[in-house]
Ligand binder design. Structure first.
Ligand code: F6P
Length: 328
């Protein structure tokens, strides 16, 4: 049985995601509720190495539930990947008398947490925060819903101009190696085709589908391309290729980029973040370690950090079918 938890450190690491602030707020307030001290660690693992800490109490997190980004800032620390960097981080955690860590982030964050736990046995709990939704052991990651809403709103706008000019638009969305953002925003925004890394559609099929659309009298089209998709690996080259096959098409490319990571979190993400923040603190108090808290079938669940980062969170085949049927 480990040491009693009296002080918890919380940090955000990796790519930021809307709702991270709501998660920080929930962690801090749950600590206050259980009379435990809470320390914010700035800039993720780099802040651990630099002892960049701040004491947080219930009032320090007023008015942040609605704010995008992360008040604790974020980074991807190269130094933490070295043994020396982690040793420095451990010294600082020990000196600050932090008994357990809550790590809000994605797979890189959880990998760091596992290595750190194996070396120094500081208990840690992960909270999935990434717009990519690419974490196993939770149906949703914090920030994903907001990113989807952002993408759909933007595609709706692009659709207006695409339709006015009879244009074919390729819209690249984020997701790293995962197609969740592309598939769900593509369905939500009524895309013609959706290219995701999990399903290689192939160029021939895309050309064929665009031909059919043309024959059916569609005058403008939206193709959503996940940044990790193989045939859409370079969306501009893909657009050139399609242009060679359809010289009469007026084609434009739009890469949505980092706007997908910003903005005020949706209500869904705020509730998700609040639930996971409470669950993470309670898990630490129950002496759990090396797990991520998530939501499975609308219940709080836990999964080993090793599984969260290694196992595949499968694309739902039914969604692929819906995308195909609704774009006829
Ligand atoms: O993991 C979140 C994410 O936004 C990915 O979708 C994207 O591939 C990556 O981060 C971009 O990272 P950076 O902000 O370092 O350019």
């Amino acid at each position: 049985m480990g040491k009693k938890i009296k002080k918890i450190g919380v940090m955000t690491s990796g790519g930021d995601a809307p709702g991270m602030n709501a998660a920080i707020r929930a962690v801090v307030r749950t600590c206050a509720y259980y009379n435990i001290e809470c320390v914010g660690i700035y800039r993720g693992y780099q802040g651990m190495i630099d002892a960049d800490f701040v004491k947080l109490d219930a009032r320090s997190v007023n008015n942040i539930i609605n704010r995008g980004g992360t008040i604790l800032k974020s980074s991807r620390s190269a130094e933490f990947k070295t043994k020396e960097g982690r040793a420095k981080a451990y010294e600082n955690i020990k000196n600050a008398e932090i008994d357990g860590l809550i790590l809000i982030g994605g797979d890189g964050t959880f990998t760091g947490g596992m290595v750190f736990y194996n070396e120094f046995k500081v208990p840690c709990i992960g909270i999935p925060g990434t717009i990519d939704n690419d974490i196993f052991g939770t149906n949703y990651t914090i920030g994903y819903d907001t990113a989807l809403n952002t993408v759909v709103e933007v595609i709706d706008k692009i659709r207006d101009t695409a339709s006015s000019h009879n244009r074919l638009f390729f819209i690249e969305v984020m997701g790293r190696d995962a197609g969740f953002i592309a598939l769900n925003s593509g369905i939500g925004a009524g895309a013609e085709e959706i290219l995701i890394p999990e399903k290689n559609l192939g160029l021939e099929r895309l050309v064929d589908s665009l031909k059919k659309s043309k024959d059916k009298g569609k005058t403008s089209s939206i193709v959503v391309v996940s940044e990790g998709d193989k045939i859409g690996k370079n969306v501009f080259e893909l657009a050139d290729y399609i242009n060679d096959n359809f010289p009469h098409y007026d084609i434009r490319v739009s890469v949505l980029g980092h706007m997908q990571r910003g903005g005020s979190p949706s209500c869904f993400d705020r509730v998700l973040a609040s639930r996971l923040g409470v669950a993470a603190v309670e898990a630490l108090l129950d002496r759990s370690t090396g797990v991520m808290v998530g939501i499975t079938n609308n219940e709080v669940s836990t999964v080993g950090l090793n599984k969260a980062i290694k196992m595949n969170h499968d694309i739902n085949e039914e969604l692929l079918k819906v995308a195909e049927i609704t774009s006829v």
